[in-house]
Ligand binder design. Structure first.
Ligand code: PMP
Length: 418
């Protein structure tokens, strides 16, 4: 395998990417038999924990019924209904396989619905790996291509703006802008909060200019509330992109939104895919939503509570051990920085030390706690008191070890970009 990993970001794990043999609930087991409390959760999808029973049962039932038809089947419309019932902006949906693909479809729908070309995205927001939006990635400070091999012309009509700055958006929102796309709670860049009134202001400006507002809820969808960030934060976009937790680990994604915009998807926009709404993935997604919906009153307050407790454990234990750590958290998603001051915006990330955090993540890993080395932290419905208490002691020890190794450190190995 080129680079030895199947997704470039996995090469960031220190000292080397681990190889896993299995996963259950809040735990992963590597091929040497070591168990880890898992706060990476496959980069987000495993909101119900690994191997959630209702999801496995639904997928297994479908596995023995039919794997792929390349045609319509009843589960896909049931799934579309479930999405329209749970996500505030959703009146119609289309399905894809990954978040990147669905973002691509959303942009195409927005361009077709408005007859305009330009797209505005925000610095430090991530919308997948495809060329047009692979600019202004987390970790970058301009609109240059994120990777070698990228076509710079593909993003020629994309403007990258600072987030949380209504004046900058107002100035850029000319009448040729098809879409404004954002992570409504930008988890990838650092799990930041919008300034009071900012999201409502974006909604108003995009409405005034006839621009399609797209919320990329690939992370926040079903994770920060049943109806995603749009429900939690009370601002409804025209379109939303769902992925990750939608399928509990099965590859399925969706674009959903207002009928007036989505209509072009049933009319003039070509949206294709051999595996779209694959029956097994659709069964898994339907089972996931059904479970989340059924237990919403219990699940979401619990995720908020456990998420807040975990953030506090990281902060307190690390700082007590002499390792400066700040944590931004929104329900079941969080981002930790090695920093001696609050990191409240993407601009503030210059005050954080990502190499030091990677050293801490490596120390955590050898103490049985698995986190994403660049700072993201996810919890599932299976994380509870036992996991938190194991994490508390591991964080203290890992923070002390990281602080010690920083005092004596050689320069850190270069990291792989997102
Ligand atoms: N949008 C956001 C907000 C994401 O976090 C990601 C993946 N991390 C994507 C899009 C792309 O999703 P995928 O990896 O499934 O293509």
């Amino acid at each position: 395998m080129a680079r030895g990993v199947a997704s470039a970001i996995r090469a960031n794990q220190r000292p080397v990417p681990l190889t896993f043999a299995g996963a259950q609930g809040a735990y992963l087991r590597d091929i040497d038999g070591n168990d880890y409390v898992d706060y990476a959760l496959a980069y987000g999808p495993m909101l119900l924990g690994h191997s959630a029973q209702p999801v496995i049962e639904a997928a297994a039932r479908q596995l023995s019924t039919g794997i792929a038809y390349g045609a319509s089947h009843p589960l896909e419309s049931e799934l579309a209904e479930a999405i329209c019932r749970t996500v505030p902006c959703a009146e119609l949906c289309v399905f894809s396989n990954s978040g990147s693909e669905a973002v691509h479809a959303a942009i195409r729908i927005a361009r077709a619905a408005t007859g305009r070309q330009r797209v505005i995205k925000f610095l430090g927001h991530f919308h997948g790996w495809l060329d047009p939006l692979a600019v202004g990635y987390p970790g970058s400070w301009d609109a240059s291509p994120a990777t070698a091999g990228q076509d710079p012309l593909a993003s020629a009509s994309v403007t990258v703006l600072p987030w949380n700055d209504l004046d900058a958006l107002r100035a850029a929102l000319t009448d040729d802008v098809a879409a404004v796309i954002m992570e409504p709670a930008p988890v990838n860049g650092g799990c930041f909060a919008a300034a009071p009134g900012y999201l409502a202001g974006v909604r108003e400006l995009t409405q005034q200019t006839g621009t399609v507002l797209i919320f990329d809820e690939v992370i926040t969808g079903y994770r920060v509330a049943l109806g995603g960030a749009q429900q939690r934060l009370g601002v409804v976009p025209d379109l939303a992109v769902l992925g990750k937790a939608l399928g509990s680990g099965f590859p399925i994604s969706a674009v959903c939104g207002r009928a007036g915009v989505m209509d072009v998807a049933s009319d003039v926009v070509s949206h294709l895919g051999t595996f779209n709404a694959n029956p097994i993935c659709a069964a898994a997604a339907l089972a996931s939503i059904t479970e989340l919906e059924r237990r919403a009153d219990e699940i979401y307050p619990q995720l908020d509570h456990v998420g807040a407790q975990l953030a506090e454990i990281f902060r307190v234990e690390a700082v007590e051990a002499g390792f400066p750590l700040v944590v931004n958290q929104l329900g079941a998603a969080a981002y930790a920085f090695c920093a001696s001051r609050d990191i409240d915006s993407y601009a503030d990330t210059v005050y954080a030390d990502p190499d030091a955090y990677r050293i801490f993540a490596e120390a955590l890993l050898s103490d049985g706690v698995h986190v994403i080395p660049r700072g993201l932290i996810y919890i599932s419905t299976m994380h509870g008191t036992a996991e938190l208490s194991a994490t508390r002691s591991a964080v203290g020890r890992a923070a002390a070890a990281a602080a010690e190794s920083l005092r004596t450190a050689a320069p850190a190995a270069e990291s792989v970009r997102v």
